[in-house]
Design a protein around this ligand. Structure first.
Ligand SMILES: Nc1ncnc2c1ncn2[C@@H]1O[C@H](COP(=O)(O)OP(=O)(O)OP(=O)(O)O)[C@@H](O)[C@H]1O
Ligand SMILES: [Mg+2]
Length: 433
């Protein structure tokens, strides 16, 4: 009996052992298709002249693997599909190499469109900073508001996107009720499905009235009146059929199109993105598909946090995409106790964070020095927690906007100082920190 987690390791091992390794070495490609039920089919090339009795060999190959992974396989006659090219085998789906192989590909069909392994390249425009956490309520949105305030105080134009669509709140944080725009991101995603997105693009933003030399422009999750919010939310994830083509544009690609359009329209110096907490679909889009330059991983020292982050980093590693994202990650310690427990708390958190990142740091063989790897106590390491202190003045406020209107620099520095210094140097790397 095989359970889900054993499917891929067992397939990988089986295909590497005799006599199957011989067949695999002669195949130009093999696609493992794991369907929505968690059952596996093999998609193989139509013909491989180099292999004698090719169709029999293919059947034998599947039969042997299927026996190992039952019940996650089909009867042999339903488990094999032949296609002319690997592209035909993909059917437009995302594929990744099976760990330990160079010609065996995996297509993993999910019931959601949650594409944690689709990593887009970094944006080359205004720096995009994503605020993400596994657990909710760790001070992400408050830290984002403080960052927006701080950048605006430096005279910067800041574009803020509230992508916590399922529990929106940032707009009330930064805008007074009379400043809310008519529409929000949810409206745009729904209108875009009927090619009506452009018509509301000008009514999607509002400017914060916080006194600052710069400007904070906010794109809320919903407009002044949420309207039929639940009905809209249930549709934002829709892929769009582009006119005149069979191609589907996934919702995350549509969202990227919106962010790019907003950047063009508002020409900000920096873009701050409030992501949803947890391993969910909106978070996946924010973290991996919006071209983020800096991905802030908010953490408190809890088992839930580390287990969640570990699952995510291991997934990226297993899908062989970790190299395209790891250098954008930075751990942030939220709500750090502000009393005599602080040092001990931080050092425990740092040890957990280091253990987590060890999974994605390069292993440096003895005698070698090159590689992407950081000692536990290295302050410049992505695992080195950037602390945001718990502070009574920022706790449980009815209105963060009122709080932000009252704060002065020393007030913000006390709690967010190190964090804001990090962001300053991260978005202008040439500036000495
Ligand atoms: N530095 C801080 N010190 C004390 N309390 C804080 C601090 N930062 C945030 N809080 C409080 O913690 C709570 C959660 O903060 P916030 O809403 O910013 O977290 P979040 O991670 O965005 O939460 P969610 O997952 O719900 O979006 C709020 O009551 C907020 O006032
Ligand atoms: Mg929040």
């Amino acid at each position: 009996m095989t359970t889900f987690d054993e499917i891929l390791p067992k397939i990988s091992a089986e295909l590497r052992s005799p006599p199957l390794d011989e067949i695999i070495s002669q195949l130009p490609w093999l696609v493992i298709n794991r369907d929505l039920m968690g059952k596996v089919r093999f998609v193989l090339p139509e013909d491989v002249p180099a292999i004698m009795n090719y169709k029999d060999a293919a059947t034998g190959l599947y039969r042997q693997v299927a026996a190992k992974i039952a019940p996650h396989a089909y009867p042999v006659d339903r488990g094999i599909i032949f296609e002319e090219t690997r592209n035909d085998a993909r059917h437009g789906k995302q594929e990744s190499l099976l760990e330990g192989h160079s010609n065996v590909w995996l297509i993993d069909r999910l019931a959601t469109e949650c594409q944690w392994e689709t990593i887009s390249t970094e944006s080359t425009g205004a720096p995009r900073i994503v605020y993400f956490s596994i657990k909710g309520g760790v001070g992400r949105s408050t830290a984002l508001a403080a960052s927006a305030w701080s950048f605006a105080m430096q005279g910067k134009t800041v574009l803020v996107l509230d992508l916590d669509l399922e529990s929106p709140g940032l707009s009330s944080t930064l805008l007074s009720p009379d400043r809310q725009p008519q529409y929000g991101i949810t409206d745009w995603l729904v209108e875009d499905l009927v090619d009506n997105g452009d018509a509301i693009l000008n009514d999607l933003h509002a400017t914060s009235d916080l006194a600052a030399p710069g400007k904070i422009t906010l794109i809320p999750a919903h407009g002044r009146e949420p309207g039929e919010y639940i009905s809209k939310l249930g549709r934002v994830w829709m892929a769009k059929q582009s006119a005149g083509t069979a191609a589907l544009e996934f919702w995350s690609t549509r969202l990227r199109r919106l962010v790019d359009a907003l950047e063009k329209k508002h020409t900000p110096d920096v873009i701050l993105i409030d992501s949803r907490a947890g391993i969910d679909e909106v978070a996946a889009a924010c973290v991996t598909e919006l071209g983020a330059n800096i991905i802030l991983l908010f953490a408190i020292d809890s088992q839930q946090t580390w287990t969640g982050y570990q699952a995510l980093l291991r997934h990226w590693k297993q899908r062989d995409v970790i190299h395209s994202i790891r250098e954008r990650l930075q751990l942030v310690a939220g709500l750090v106790p502000n009393d005599d427990r602080r040092e001990e708390y931080l050092s425990e958190l740092r040890a957990e964070s280091h253990a987590l990142f060890m999974d994605i740091y390069d292993e440096i063989p003895p005698g070698e020095v090159e590689g992407w790897n950081f000692e536990e106590d290295d302050e410049t390491a992505p695992h080195a927690p950037i602390q945001i202190r718990w502070n009574r003045g920022w706790f449980g406020m009815r209105s963060l906007r009122q709080r932000m209107a009252q704060v002065d620099e020393s007030d913000v520095k006390l709690v967010f100082g190190r964090f804001l210094d990090f962001l300053d140097s991260a978005i202008s790397p040439d500036k000495p920190s």
